[in-house]
Write a protein that binds this ligand. Sequence first.
Ligand SMILES: CC(C)(COP(=O)(O)OP(=O)(O)OC[C@H]1O[C@@H](n2cnc3c(N)ncnc32)[C@H](O)[C@@H]1OP(=O)(O)O)[C@@H](O)C(=O)NCCC(=O)NCCS
Length: 393
Amino acid sequence: MAQTVTIKNTGLRGVTVADTKVSFIDGEKGILIYRGYRIEDLAEHSSYMEVAYLLLNGSLPKKGELERFEQQCLKVRQLPGYVLESLKKWPRDSNPMDVLQAAVPLLAMDDPDLSQETRDANVQMAVRLIARLPILVAAWHRIRQGLDVLPSDDSLSHAANFLWQLHGQIPEDEVANDLDTCLVLHADHTFNASTFSCRQVVSTQAHMYAGVAAGIGALSGSLHGGANARVMKMLLELESVTDIPGWIKNTLDGGGKIMGLGHAVYKTMDPRAKFLREMANRMGKKLGLEKWHELSVRVEQGALQEFASRGKKGIQPNVDFYSAPVYYMMEIPRDLMTPVFAISRIAGWCAHIIEEKFGEAQEKPVLYRPKAEYVGNYCGLMGCSYEPPEGRE
Ligand SMILES: CC(C)(COP(=O)(O)OP(=O)(O)OC[C@H]1O[C@@H](n2cnc3c(N)ncnc32)[C@H](O)[C@@H]1OP(=O)(O)O)[C@@H](O)C(=O)NCCC(=O)NCCS
């Protein structure tokens, strides 16, 4: 019999609901670990493909294992024809996160492993999702502009191929490597809202695609992955504003939020944001677009000062703050910034779904089923009885 505990209206902050071996955060010290490796080391030394393998399998791949994994991804990249045909019929001004969320269940329909509830079958499904999500995002971007969907180029890395299929131009190595690092940085983050959504859905024994579609829905919100696009909107609006401290003060006085700042777990600088701030600086200098890094730093410093003057500590840049100018300088359209987050986080979602289903870190998987306290009216109970609404018998 489960013990009854009441933790209401806290967004479950600080409540431990499961064991995990996938990733770890120390929010006070600003530490993030995937499967025992510090994010700083992975961002510096590993590719996204290595990190995806790590998250799914628990250890970094040896050379042969990485080659096999990459080959597996290449083989399943192609989107089924019926998916492309469906995309062509959808309204072209649809939000790309809605498109992604709607298209993922379509991918389930031709997955040969869908009905097999084994770990191996789920790893195969994960490989298909990791390989296909970027293709899907790029295909949608081409289709909505009335352009042909480009074939993937198997000689390119995962990140480079995405940029090629998106823009129709092979990116410079440095740009592709920077995007690859961004994908590493976003690949997992313990029990954030989207990962918890994925895990909660598959705890009912729903399949991986159902879980991932739920994760995409959760990620789209402005308090989660949707923040990066809103950071860029803010920066574009602030480009012509000279009094940044005044703008920050007015925004906070009006109850508004400064997007890309603050975090439910980190109470110090998000370790991913440090990398992205440096990347934005380097890219800006190379491209003659220093203004985006400079403006972001001014907003960061102005906001930290304003928060401090209001006695609010620990509200620092999160992963979405500097990824916005980085993606903008990569010419990734603003409304594709959150889908780019998704094409990275897919590896973490799948790793967590597999953990949830096969209970690697727990004695047995459980169906999540919290309670809510009913604070509405009672009828037929507690002494009250049914009264027909006025005018009805
Ligand atoms: C992510 C977020 C929802 C975390 O919220 P949280 O868990 O409530 O964070 P905290 O408990 O540290 O917030 C403390 C206070 O600071 C405020 N605060 C936090 N981040 C803020 C921000 N970016 N702008 C303005 N105020 C903020 C909160 O509203 C809260 O105010 P209150 O005490 O008057 O109610 C919040 O920081 C936020 O909305 N950030 C902007 C959106 C964003 O960047 N999301 C991406 C997250 S990765």
